[in-house]
Design a protein around this ligand. Structure first.
Ligand code: SF4
Length: 219
């Protein structure tokens, strides 16, 4: 797998963002390509690119049950504008109710993320070959060394816009007149669940006061 990974990274690295996605959809069975989004601040760029290459390809939103109403409103706006094929994915009801009843995010956010994000994601990954995500190198130290492709157990992970910087994202959004998440106007740099998102630059508002910087999906 290591040699295959190197070959893929070398092959895709010099392509444009759009051509990377075109190449992926030609090289792999589209049925086996998983796309997820959080509808956080920068998601729109990747969704717009995917929509150009594979219109109506299923895009999964892990709805933890704790997302901001603004995120749901923003999602609907993007569906209306881009005709996205969004599939909401939910955690197991009883487990989710447990995290709500005991406010698990306060005492054990890793467990809360596991129940509400990682478990539903593990179900989604079954039978897939590639998982496309919108990770960006500049977002935090965990992501700084990532290349376009990496492996996650038997699955390939593909981060086609990993090398975009904040200016590239803004330029892309401006050129294509893409809507901005309403909370970004209020000073939220990154947007996740209501309980674990505060205002702040970049991802500094996520899990404030904890060493945690990732929900567990990408580590
Ligand atoms: S981000 Fe917070 S509320 Fe959301 S699943 Fe993780 S711990 Fe729970």
């Amino acid at each position: 797998m290591n040699q295959r990974l190197t070959e893929l990274n070398d092959k895709y690295e010099n392509l444009t963002y759009l051509d990377r996605l075109k190449a992926l959809f030609e090289e792999f069975d589209p049925e086996k390509i998983l796309v997820t989004t959080s509808f956080g601040g920068s998601s729109i760029v990747l969704l717009h690119l995917i929509n150009k290459v594979a219109p109506r390809h299923p895009i999964h939103l892990i709805d933890t049950g704790y997302l901001f109403k603004d995120t749901h409103d923003y999602k609907q706006r993007l569906i209306d504008k881009l005709d996205l094929n969004i599939i909401d994915v939910h955690p197991r009801e009883r487990s989710h109710d447990f995290t709500t009843k005991y406010r698990v995010w306060e005492g054990n956010s890793d467990f809360c993320c596991f129940i509400n994000k990682v478990e539903p994601m593990n179900e989604l990954k079954r039978g897939k070959d590639v998982w496309i995500s919108g990770l960006l190198r500049f977002q935090n130290a965990n992501r700084a060394d990532k290349r376009l492709f990496e492996t996650s157990k038997d699955l390939l992970k593909f981060h086609p816009i990993i090398d975009m910087g904040p200016e590239d994202l803004n330029l892309y959004r401006t050129i294509y007149e893409l809507p901005t998440h309403p909370l970004q106007y209020e000073g939220y740099g990154s947007i996740g669940c209501v309980h674990c998102t505060k205002k702040g630059k970049g991802r500094e508002g996520r899990w404030q006061g904890e060493v945690k910087s990732e929900c567990g999906l990408h580590v």
